[in-house]
Design a protein around this ligand. Structure first.
Ligand code: MG
Length: 354
């Protein structure tokens, strides 16, 4: 008998599925007793704070700030676990970083889970533990959540949506539209690790690549950066589409030229080798623990040393500058001395990377 189905007794289908300790069953998404048990026994073992444990329809918080940054992201990465991280850490860090890129301090996270019938509860617990640790590292509270279950075959184990709220406690205007000619482009570390780590975990390459994802919360780094200068114009995490796509977005939003020096762009040798083998341009490969900072020339060196003194910015380096022409373009001086236009990613390089 398939234990995930309602048991058949004397030819009748029992409308109440039996509780199952080891696997997720459809009843866990019913909103009834099984859902309640899953939430109180499993989710609350990892996520617990006075706001969540009130078990009301919404988390109620007090916020004293002139401006808020709010962002949401759905995570469908495949596989669910990869070198250096998993979907849980990614789901927290992805949203924390989007909030931090507005110069905001992330405070609260909400989570929405789509679970596939048959998912092992022990695996779910591993993911929840990873989320708990990432949330602790980032200093954010998980204050609301939802769980739904879909039939076996209708999801790849689990998907996680997270929404974050952060407070902006300064008067700076930070955003993609504020890059100015003369500004300096700083990258917080080497690119391409996340995309290559996830790809290698799929086991479809026929080779082992010793690359770990860079997935990490960057709000601590951003906090230090905000203390260093008020000349931060743009912060962006180059996730899907990679460095090239993020810089193209900024060039277009600010109507400036982003001028890069290829020889200054850091790439770990193992990532470079994997990209060469696979025919990928690392400029387009996803990152989950890197940021681009575009800052005023005056404080660029000071900013660089601040970043380098933080763990997640230890390999930070200046990679280029902002020019006025050609507007809306990313231009790169190549290692052989020529210049080329770096286009935005068209299509999808690697599906389900985050
Ligand atoms: Mg982003």
């Amino acid at each position: 008998m398939n234990e995930n189905k309602s048991p058949i007794i004397n030819g009748l289908v029992c409308p109440i599925p039996l509780p199952h300790k080891d696997q997720i069953i459809l009843g866990h998404g019913s909103g009834g007793r099984l859902s309640h048990e899953l939430i109180t026994r499993t989710f609350f073992s990892y996520f617990n704070n006075p706001i969540l444990s009130r078990c009301d329809d919404a988390g109620v918080v007090s916020i004293d700030a002139p401006r808020l940054a709010i962002s949401t992201d759905s995570h469908v990465v495949y596989p669910l676990v990869f070198p250096g991280g998993d979907i849980g850490r990614l789901a927290i860090c992805g949203t924390v970083n989007d909030i931090a890129m507005m110069g905001a301090k992330p405070m609260f996270i909400t989570t929405g889970f789509i679970l596939e019938e048959g998912l092992n509860v022990s695996f779910l617990e591993r993911i929840l533990d990873s989320m708990k640790k990432a949330a602790e590292e980032a200093g954010v509270d998980i204050i609301a959540g939802d769980t739904k279950v879909v039939q076996k075959g209708k999801a790849d184990g689990l998907y996680i949506n997270t929404t974050g709220v952060g407070v902006i406690n300064h008067n700076l205007s930070i955003g993609g539209a504020f890059a100015k000619p003369g500004d300096v482009v700083i990258l917080s570390g080497p690119i391409g690790n996340h995309g290559i780590a996830v790809l290698s975990a799929r086991g479809e390459l026929g080779l082992e690549i010793a690359v770990e994802s860079d997935v990490a919360p960057l709000n601590g780094l951003v906090e230090k950066m905000l203390e260093t200068t008020d000349e931060i114009h743009v912060l962006r995490d180059p996730t899907r589409g990679g460095l090239a796509t993020s810089l193209n977005e900024i060039a277009q939003q600010s109507n400036v030229c982003v001028y890069l020096h290829e020889n200054l762009i850091p790439i770990h040798p193992s990532v470079a080798a994997a990209c060469e083998l696979l025919g990928f341009d690392p400029l387009y490969v996803a990152n989950e623990g890197k940021l681009i900072a575009i800052v005023g020339n005056k404080d660029a060196e000071k900013m660089l040393s601040t970043m380098q003194s933080h763990y997640y910015g230890r390999e930070a380096t200046i990679i280029g500058e902002i020019r006025d022409q050609p507007q809306g373009r990313v231009v790169m001086k190549t290692t052989i001395g020529s210049t080329r236009i770096v286009e935005m990613l068209s299509g999808e390089l690697l599906p389900r990377i985050c």
